[in-house]
Design a protein around this ligand. Structure first.
Ligand SMILES: NC(=O)c1ccc[n+]([C@@H]2O[C@H](COP(=O)([O-])OP(=O)(O)OC[C@H]3O[C@@H](n4cnc5c(N)ncnc54)[C@H](OP(=O)(O)O)[C@@H]3O)[C@@H](O)[C@H]2O)c1
Length: 301
């Protein structure tokens, strides 16, 4: 009887110890090493691609409110100029605009040379777009443009930012990826594939620049209310078919990103529901979850 009680006590102690230890490890992984954005110096800049709408415009708003000067870029110069004027007046910062199509190599080169002269503290590679339909039926030019915007431009701008950030002993790089990187499915195959590249690229880059004080994040939003689903490339997308609980605002996504900078946790997934889905696909019945995700994607696109 005594022996049985002892065994129970041992098992209980082991269970509690395991729970506490795994809780501590999860906590350490979540908050350990978290670094707030450095207070901007008078001449430090944040460069945001795709700042003419949605998540990029929201990054501009939140970084301007923190006191960063801005270099805003996208193709729609009028929208950028209006945002720059608004934020200069509201926050007394300097906001510069460069109109650029990131699918074009010369336009990326223009940004690379501006970065070389800038005290760049924050780089947000946010520009991006989706398409609908299968690879064979898709427009090849649009697919190549997507790879150029998501992958090539991001890689080039990161590379251009490294010398200055390394010399100044720090900086922040946020590459806007997507939750879809974890749920590859039929239709628009290059979208999740290019976002998966961004996740792996960001993780590898963080390892490479750790000693220089640079923090890299791959931001993986889920459905976010922006102009993303209104573009000409997304005509078949039906917003109504996405349950309202899955939609987040750009403000929530950006705020989560800026409060989650952590060299030990490169992948940032805003929203508990999306964190749970990714945890499920990583550790649970992966095949079943992917099947559900694929069925859902077929429904909305
Ligand atoms: N909304 C979502 O549900 C969602 C979910 C996950 C990830 N994301 C990612 O979030 C990022 C921002 O998208 P968003 O939701 O904010 O959509 P959005 O409102 O459509 O903004 C996209 C931005 O990218 C710019 N852009 C697109 N193609 C470009 C090009 N060739 N050259 C330069 N800039 C270009 C657009 O500017 P111009 O048209 O003026 O060039 C615009 O400023 C994207 O990388 C997207 O993949 C969005």
């Amino acid at each position: 009887m005594r022996k049985f009680g002892m065994k129970k006590l041992l098992m209980g102690t082991t269970a509690v110890t395991t729970l506490v230890a795994s809780g501590y490890l999860m906590y350490r992984e979540m908050v350990g090493g978290q670094r707030p954005l450095p207070t901007p110096k008078k001449n430090s800049y944040a460069l945001i691609t795709g700042a003419s709408s949605g998540i990029g415009a929201e990054f501009a708003r939140q970084l301007a409110a923190l006191g960063y000067n801005l270099l805003l870029t996208a193709r729609r110069g009028g929208k950028l100029a209006a945002l720059a004027a608004e934020l200069q007046t509201a926050h007394g910062i300097t906001a510069e605009v460069i109109t650029a199509d990131l699918a074009q190599s010369d336009d990326v080169a223009q940004l690379e040379s501006r970065i070389a002269d800038l005290n760049l503290a924050v780089l947000v590679n946010n520009a991006g777009f989706g398409t609908t339909g299968g690879l064979l039926a898709s427009d090849l030019e649009a697919q190549m443009a997507m790879l150029n915007v998501h992958i090539t431009a991001t890689m080039r701008l990161c590379r251009a930012a490294l010398p200055g950030m390394t010399e100044r002993g720090g900086g922040t790089i946020i590459n806007v990826s997507s939750i879809s990187a974890f749920f590859p499915s039929a239709g628009d195959v290059n979208y999740p594939a290019s976002k998966a590249y961004l996740n792996v690229f960001s993780q590898a880059l963080q390892a490479e620049v750790l000693a220089s004080g640079i923090v890299v994040q791959a931001l993986c939003p889920g459905f976010t209310v922006t102009e993303f689903h209104d573009t000409d490339n997304m005509t078949d997308f039906d917003r109504e078919k996405v349950p309202s609980v899955l939609w987040m605002t750009a403000a929530e996504v950006v705020s989560t990103s800026l409060h989650s900078l952590n060299p030990n946790r490169v992948i940032c997934i805003p929203g508990r529901r999306y964190q749970l889905m990714v945890a499920g696909v990583k550790s649970g019945p992966t095949a079943l979850i992917l099947k559900i995700a694929r069925k859902f994607r077929q429904r909305v696109r």
